[in-house]
Design a protein around this ligand. Structure first.
Ligand SMILES: Cc1cc2nc3c(=O)[nH]c(=O)nc-3n(C[C@H](O)[C@H](O)[C@H](O)COP(=O)(O)OP(=O)(O)OC[C@H]3O[C@@H](n4cnc5c(N)ncnc54)[C@H](O)[C@@H]3O)c2cc1C
Length: 362
């Protein structure tokens, strides 16, 4: 009998596993994939979680954060205008290939039992829980679902005739890239570009280009680049490094921190629009929060119901505003161009308002 089974080994799952194991819980962390692995992501890690990330990483992996490129500025290219705003405090740019692997190994180092290439197939019971997997059945007093925004354990809402959205990512060599997160918006999607390595060699850096786009607008990164003249021009100077990766569908839904007695964390609880660059941070913070709320239950000081209730209340209190504000901005971006243009022109003349909007997504 484990105290906790964590289903999914991304940032949310590792954060929960590390936090629970550090508090003396017997943890089993399950992942269907194998680390290190590529992941579609802008790789912008917002400042709100950098202290937590530093705390979660074990001594052998902490340099990952110290060495990361710091992003202190954002440039938004929208409707033929360029809006700028500071990113304060600065965010970090960390490749998911390294980040997820480092967190997974940090969970191992702190005593969590970790198993890769094990797919969870289902969960029965309401405490204790029986978790059936491709490697057999396991029993735990509590379970968290960290299987991401869309999985066999988190199937998403029914098809509603809405257009399908996809995510695409690739790394490219670019000489002396600007040290900013640059967001290029166009009808039917956007593409973020930021440096992930400035020191690859003396003449060339490495940038991540990551897009969220409607499937009828583009299905490859070169097709994405053709949607914005400034981005197309910039991409002509790039050299592709490694293969591009893609993911689909991208589904937005209302936050749901609990389902059938299982604590939902990270994207499994709610997928925040990637342009706010907060998904990794929310994953790390909700994972740690879920484990902290469960600790009194593991120590037999409270029941599972009480621990779950506390997590749900704290989840809404801490993260509710981010979901609300990002969906408001998303709606604004999807306004018809004729309505949006004057708003963007206004923002161009009032940088303080742009700064305010960036702050509201934190
Ligand atoms: C286009 C795009 C760009 C983005 N850019 C950014 C950005 O710049 N900054 C940012 O902060 N966020 C960004 N995000 C969001 C970010 O990637 C997610 O919020 C983050 O990965 C959530 O972490 P997680 O641990 O909840 O889920 P995931 O990272 O998705 O991890 C879930 C894990 O669960 C595993 N799993 C699934 N099912 C099972 C199963 N049945 N059994 C066992 N394991 C299972 C998966 O293999 C996976 O490893 C972006 C997302 C997209 C789509």
């Amino acid at each position: 009998m484990y105290d906790l089974i964590v289903m999914g080994g991304g940032p949310a799952g590792s954060s929960a596993g590390i936090t629970a194991a550090r508090n003396g819980a017997r943890v089993l962390l399950l992942e269907r994939g194998r680390f290190p692995r590529q992941k579609v992501c802008g790789e912008f890690v917002s400042a709100e979680s950098l202290g937590l990330l530093d705390d979660l990483l074990d001594a052998n992996h902490r340099a990952l954060l110290g060495d990361a490129v710091r992003i202190e500025r954002t440039r938004v290219f929208l409707d033929d205008r360029e809006l700028q705003a500071p990113v304060q405090p600065a965010a970090a740019s960390i490749a998911r290939l390294d980040l997820d692997d480092a967190l997974w190994k940090s969970a191992e180092a702190v005593g969590a039992e970790t198993r890769q290439q094990v797919t969870v197939q289902g969960v029965q019971g309401s405490g204790p829980f029986m978790v059936s997997t491709s490697a057999g059945n396991f029993v735990a007093r509590a379970v968290v679902n960290s299987s991401g925004r869309w999985s066999n354990l988190n199937p998403g809402p029914p098809k509603d005739g809405q257009p399908r959205w996809i995510g695409l990512k690739g790394h490219f060599g670019e000489a002396s890239p600007p040290v900013s997160v640059d967001l290029y918006f166009f009808d039917g999607g956007y593409c973020g570009v930021q440096p992930v390595d400035l020191r690859a060699d003396s003449t060339s850096g490495r940038v991540n280009a990551c897009a969220m786009v409607r499937a009828d607008v583009a299905s490859t990164l070169p097709e994405v680049f053709r949607n914005d003249p400034a981005l197309l021009e910039r991409s002509r100077r790039w050299r592709q490094l490694g293969d591009a990766v893609s993911t689909s569908p991208l589904l937005f839904r209302e936050p749901r921190p609990e389902r059938d007695g299982i604590l939902m964390i990270g994207d499994a609880a709610c997928f925040v629009d990637p342009f706010v660059g907060d998904g990794i941070s929310l994953a790390l913070r909700s994972g740690a929060l879920a484990a902290e709320c469960l600790v009194p239950f593991f120590r037999e000081k409270t029941g599972l119901d009480e621990a779950t209730r506390r997590y749900c209340d704290e989840y809404v209190r801490r993260f509710g505003a981010v979901f609300q504000n990002s969906s408001t901005i998303r709606r604004m971006l999807r306004l018809p161009r004729v309505v949006r243009r004057p708003v963007v022109a206004l923002l161009g003349k009032a940088p303080a308002v742009t700064e305010y909007l960036v702050r509201k997504t934190r």
